[in-house]
Ligand binder design. Structure first.
Ligand SMILES: Cc1cc2nc3c(=O)[nH]c(=O)nc-3n(C[C@H](O)[C@H](O)[C@H](O)COP(=O)(O)OP(=O)(O)OC[C@H]3O[C@@H](n4cnc5c(N)ncnc54)[C@H](O)[C@@H]3O)c2cc1C
Length: 286
């Protein structure tokens, strides 16, 4: 097994593209090393991306935020400007694992591990985040929801690396929120989860919205009917009920020891409602 720590993203992409056997990208390693230790994978090549220039930085630009692929969730959570702009994204990232895991794990690793229950992904999808990718064919930018294609699978081609995640500049009177259900208080995988991002008009009615559900299907669901239920409303009880129904109807969850299909459907609606209420409150404060 070869371990390489390149200094540039182009070198990293080149190494991955020309590797003969199996190759893996190492960010925080909180998924990769667990899988290696468990004997599920044994890569011939490991490309550690943490020494690549700029990948450990969060940048605020005129367009919004650019979050490097090696930024740990602990560092992300300490960025007050990002937290003020995108509280839902940051609260989702901060739910991952424990203090120790937070010091290593990244939201890009969370996305690329492609677990349907990954915590940061519904919040990123609701936020309309985009992934900027570098690979043998150059650069491309895609919506975050286009990265995972199924449990443990992504749309990334051989040699492709996500360099940064992009979040738009927060518009006035808008807010986001993320909630998950777990049977204990922390250190557990979401049984079901919901991310809501919305913007209000001057009268306080919802102008635009995005609602995403986690652990409700093989990949995160962006529920357009749920967003439509919110648009034009001031989040009255009837609207929240329509939102919950749209979310429950969109779910295609599995039935396992952690939750039945019926339970997941019901809780998806409840969490979406609660996340919408928090996002609406946050939008009113900005
Ligand atoms: C104790 C424990 C508790 C956990 N709790 C949670 C939890 O509550 N919620 C949750 O969602 N997850 C949880 N996880 C899972 C894990 O911590 C997250 O998925 C984490 O965000 C992965 O990030 P990483 O940087 O460690 O990824 P890594 O392990 O380094 O990589 C994960 C995968 O992504 C690929 N990858 C990494 N970076 C890139 C890149 N830039 N471009 C392309 N591919 C890339 C890797 O090759 C690998 O396949 C937990 C894990 C542990 C060990």
């Amino acid at each position: 097994m070869r371990y390489i720590r390149p200094q540039s993203i182009e070198d990293a992409a080149g190494l991955l593209a020309h590797s003969a056997g199996t190759a893996a990208i190492l960010a925080g390693g909180s998924d990769l090393l667990v899988r290696m230790k468990g004997g599920f994978i044994e890569p011939d090549l490991i490309v550690d991306i943490k020494a690549i220039d700029g990948l450990g930085e969060i940048k605020e630009t005129a367009e919004g935020f650019s979050i490097g692929a090696a930024v740990s969730c602990a560092v992300l959570g300490e960025n007050t400007t990002l937290k003020r702009a995108w509280p839902g994204v940051v609260e989702a990232a901060r739910l991952i694992g424990s203090k120790q895991v937070q010091g290593r794990c990244t939201i890009v690793g969370n996305l690329c591990n492609a677990s349907p229950a990954a915590d940061s992904v519904p919040a990123l999808v609701a936020a309309g985040a985009r992934a900027s990718i570098v690979g043998p064919a150059g650069r491309r930018t895609i919506a975050v929801e286009a990265v995972p294609t199924g449990p443990g699978k992504t749309s990334l081609a051989k040699g492709e690396i996500i360099e940064v995640l992009l979040l738009d500049k927060r518009t006035p009177n808008s807010g986001d929120a993320y909630l998950r259900f777990i049977p204990r208080t922390e250190m557990d995988i979401a049984v079901v989860s919901a991310g809501v991002n919305l913007a209000l008009d001057e009268q306080g009615a919802v102008r635009s919205a995005r609602v995403a559900l986690g652990a409700a299907a093989p990949t995160v669901l962006l529920v357009e009917e749920a967003a439509e239920a919110l648009i034009g409303s001031v989040l009255d009880e009837a609207t929240l009920e329509r939102l919950a129904q749209a979310c429950s109807a969109a779910c295609r969850p599995i039935d396992d020891k952690r939750g039945t299909i019926e339970f997941r459907r019901k809780v998806a609606g409840v969490l979406a409602k609660r996340a919408a209420i928090t996002a609406y409150k946050r939008a009113g404060e900005k």
